[in-house]
Design a protein around this ligand. Structure first.
Ligand SMILES: [Mg+2]
Length: 266
């Protein structure tokens, strides 16, 4: 498949950020890929979302299966507990896990109303706290609006009005005091600001990771939005990321991309 056809922006953000989650860099000047680059929980669960959307599977069971198939991908403590449970009850989380896995929803539905509803459905099987649902909806709707040709100004205005996030801050100011924060409310707005300030896909990822904090998740969220706005992920990034994915994920990615890449309004 041609590298421009992959829907891989969120996955690439996670892989690039994977080296920096525990070794934060407070600069945009860092190596994109190293021998330590790997896909983490953010990618695993984004693939789970692609799978249940493509194959009409149960949302909760699909997240549960992927989490258990890749148990060492870096999940939060409560999510790990959920992976070990049998009853699959949501645990009222406001963690950014709901936001990191949701970008495929912004590709797969054709109205804003459906995207909001499906983002909620994706979140609430685990992250049924209002902030957990809001984080997922903010990311999925940003992906949808960028995919359907809205300007950065329009996306920013929508997110401020609908979700009440403060997007009138600058990355250079946030970076100074920003620390590890796994809440939706403490990382989704920052990830969206990285996209809004960026000049292209790679720059968006660099700005996101330069914040420090939960770098792979912020990279994943920013990357999913930036990809739809800038239309593609650069070839060299796509090739490096594909080389780090197991064949079953590449196959799923190809199926998802073939079905939905044409939804991108050029
Ligand atoms: Mg991670």
């Amino acid at each position: 498949m041609d590298s421009t056809q992959y829907i891989i922006g969120a996955i690439a953000g996670d892989v690039i950020g994977s080296c920096y989650e525990w070794h934060n860099v407070k600069t945009t000047d860092f190596t994109l890929f190293s021998g330590h680059s790997r896909f983490t929980d953010d990618s695993v669960l984004t693939f789970a979302t692609m799978d249940y959307l493509l194959n009409n599977k149960s949302i909760a069971e699909t997240y549960h299966k992927y989490g258990n198939d890749y148990p060492h991908a870096g999940y939060g403590g409560k999510f790990k507990g959920w992976l070990h449970s049998d009853d699959l009850k949501p645990f009222n989380s406001w963690g950014n896990g709901s936001a990191m896995r949701v970008s495929p929803v912004g590709w797969a539905f054709n109205t804003l109303e459906e995207v909001l509803e499906q983002a909620k459905a994706s979140a609430e099987v685990t992250h049924n706290h209002p902030e957990g649902i809001k984080g997922a909806q903010a990311v999925a709707s940003s992906v949808f609006l960028a995919r359907t040709g809205k300007t950065k100004g329009e996306i920013k205005q929508y997110v401020i009005e609908k979700f009440g996030y403060d997007l009138d801050r600058k990355i250079n100011d946030i970076r100074i005091h920003y620390e590890f924060d796994v809440s939706c409310q403490g990382s989704v707005p920052e990830a969206i600001i990285a996209f809004l300030e960026s000049t292209d896909y790679e720059n968006a990822i660099r700005l996101a990771i330069s914040l420090g904090g939960d770098s792979d998740t912020i990279g994943c969220i920013t990357g999913g939005i930036a990809e739809t706005f800038y239309k593609n992920v650069p070839d060299n990034i796509v090739e490096n990321v594909l080389a780090l994915l197991p064949p079953n994920f590449v196959k799923l990615l190809e199926e998802f991309s073939m079905k939905y890449k044409d939804n991108l309004i050029k």
